[in-house]
Structures are given as C-alpha cells and as structure tokens.
Design a protein around this ligand. Structure first.
Ligand code: NAD
Ligand code: KPL
Length: 303
C-alpha cells in the first residue's frame, strides 16, 4: 500500500526517503503547482546521513490528484494540520489510516474529529532533522517514534514496513501518556529558554523556577487523568536539561529564526486544560503570559 506523505519538511522528508530506500511505494503531496515544479527541478528528495547525501526521486503530486489515499503520514506543524488534511479529505478512503506526526496536543483531536470514518494514529517522535535547503534533509539525531491510537489499542499490520525502512519505532498502547509527558517536558523547558534566551543547559541556573513549574505540571497531569506521565517529571526534566545542555530548544530556534511557534499546542494546551479543570496554576499561567507578550513584541503571530 502506498505511503502518501503530506508535509515534505524535515520529518516528512526523513520518513519519505527511508521508506523509499527500503523499496516501499511512497508519494509526496505538495501544496501547489509552484512547489511541485520546484520539486521536479530539484529532481527528488535528498537525505543527508552521516554527511553522505543521497537523492531519491520519489513521485510527487498535488492535493487534488484523483487517486484514493489509504495511508497518509501528516508531517506538518501542529497549527497547519487541520488545513492540510482538509486539502486531501475527499481522497481519503473509508478506513484509511492517518499517522499524525505533530508535537504537543490538540491538533490531533482537531484532525480526528473531522474524520469519523478513518483511523487516526498519533505519533510522538524524538528524532531530529532539519532542512539546509528545499527538498534536502539532514538526519541530525537518532531518536525514536512511538505510535498509538487512543481509541484502539490494536497495532496496525504494517509496522514491519517501518522496521524494514529502519525507522525506530514502538507501538504504544497509551500514546496519550507519552504525548502528555513530552508536552510537560516541553512546557518546563522551552518557554524558559526563550525568555532567558539561553541553551537548555543554562536552565540549570534556574532550579527553583523549574521545580515550581514541574510541581504544577505534575498536578495538571494528575488532574487530566495522566498519573503515569506525572511520575518523576522533575527528575526527567533535570535529566533532559543535562542531556541536551548544548542545544537550543525547538521553540528557541523558531523564535530566533522569526518562525511561528507551536505554543498553542504546548503551553497553550496545558493552560487551557488547567482552566477546563478549574485548576489554579499561577506559575504556569504567568509563564504563558510572559511568553505570549515576548512573542507578540517580536511580531510572531499567535494561532
Ligand atoms: P517542517 O516545517 O520542517 O515541515 C512541515 C512541512 O509541511 C513544510 O514543508 C510545509 O510547507 C508543509 N505543509 C504545511 N502545510 C501544508 C499543506 N497544507 N500542504 C502541503 N504541505 C504543507 O516541520 P517539521 O520540523 O518536520 O515538524 C513537523 C512536526 O514534527 C512538528 O509538530 C514538530 O514540532 C515535530 N517534530 C519535529 C522534529 C524535528 O527534528 N524537525 C522533531 C520532533 C518533532
Ligand atoms: O523536545 C525538546 C524541544 O526542544 O522541543 C526538548 C529537547 C525536550 C526540550 O524541551
């Protein structure tokens, strides 16, 4: 069965090239005729792994092509997810499977609620990739992908295709716990790196601020029915700060490069959940206010 890939950015290209390299059928869906023409001129997608570039001439098409889609990897930013899926919605067969590869929470439900006849799998990824140029991707860091379906714990039959493609993965019967945990880590680390304009490791100089945020995030996870995601959160945040000390967080990179952030699906989602549960989390809410002011001052539009 063909892997359709919508969102030929960093992660979409990383998946597309590895699947194609394994001999699996892949088709890219590009946004408009200009992108399609630029892709044809480039001659394919280039994956750079261990400094070795390799180009793959993966076929590409427009969203309005008329072939049906049975399997779709959606690999765009959370704020683009719903609009991107809408552009191919009429091509999705009943029972089609979508892999939603977005950071944070909220966008997956926005997509899934419009697709009652399809199966939406949620993916949480710790792989690292970036684009030095259009249609080129550098595999920056080995990581892992967890896949799961909050409404059906049975794994799909095609996971072995990921194995064949060398895409490190695991089926997760509790994918929401994983996404919540990653969201909590991102909420404790990313906004502070933006506000202090620092690398992850420099947050070790703000232990009290981190501890308070972790305590509030733990309370939120408990209240949202995610006790597993709350376990040892503070220790894990400290571990990630040390393990990624030299890195700039993804949100810091977005802000530094003047790109829109996924804040609505990270800290925004956490604060909205707290409000829904009438949970008063003053430090988290104050963090959100400071971050939103900071983004506004830099003209980085909110969603
Ligand atoms: P990206 O910006 O590199 O790629 C997204 C692509 O989607 C872009 O090429 C964009 O043009 C395309 N797109 C958006 N709307 C579209 C539409 N309507 N039609 C067609 N194409 C459309 O993003 P990314 O870095 O690959 O990130 C994808 C998700 O994965 C994000 O939620 C991100 O937080 C998460 N993530 C990324 C990494 C990483 O290392 N890059 C790691 C872990 C998680
Ligand atoms: O996922 C991250 C990010 O930068 O988005 C880490 C490294 C965990 C920091 O929150």
């Amino acid at each position: 069965m063909t892997w359709h890939i919508l969102g030929a950015g960093s992660l979409g290209s990383l998946w597309a090239t590895r699947l194609a390299r394994a001999g699996l059928p892949v088709r890219l869906i590009l946004r408009n005729p200009q992108r399609l023409e630029a892709y044809r001129r480039a001659g394919g997608l280039t994956l750079v792994e261990a400094n070795q570039p390799q180009q793959y001439a993966i076929p590409a098409e427009l969203p309005q092509a008329d072939t049906p889609i049975q399997r779709l990897l959606l690999a765009c930013k959370a704020y683009d997810a719903q609009r991107a899926v809408a552009s191919v919605a009429q091509r999705l067969t009943p029972g089609a499977e979508l892999l939603l590869l977005q950071n944070g929470l909220g966008s997956q439900d926005e997509v899934a609620q419009h697709l009652p006849k399809q199966r939406c799998l949620f993916v949480s990824s710790t792989e690292g990739a970036f684009r030095p140029a259009d249609f080129q991707v550098i595999f920056a860091g080995n990581g892992h992908n967890w896949l799961g379906d909050p409404s059906d714990p049975r794994p799909p039959a095609w996971l072995d295709e990921l194995q064949r493609a060398g895409i490190a993965h695991q089926w997760s019967p509790d994918i929401l716990a994983r996404l919540w945990r990653k969201l909590a880590l991102n909420c404790a680390i990313n906004p502070l790196t933006v506000l202090h304009d620092c690398r992850n490791g420099d947050l070790a100089e703000h232990p009290a601020e981190i501890a308070t945020l972790c305590a509030e995030l733990g309370e939120l996870l408990q209240r949202c029915g995610q006790p597993t995601a709350a376990e040892n959160l503070h220790e894990d945040v400290q571990r990630v700060i040390l393990a990624t000390a030299a890195n700039y967080s993804s949100m810091h990179q977005d802000v530094a490069q003047g790109r829109r952030t996924e804040v609505t699906y990270l800290l925004g989602y956490a604060c909205a959940a707290a409000q829904r549960h009438q949970l008063h989390l003053p430090h988290l809410q104050h963090l959100q206010q400071r971050l939103l002011r900071h983004l506004e001052e830099r003209g980085l539009a909110l969603n």
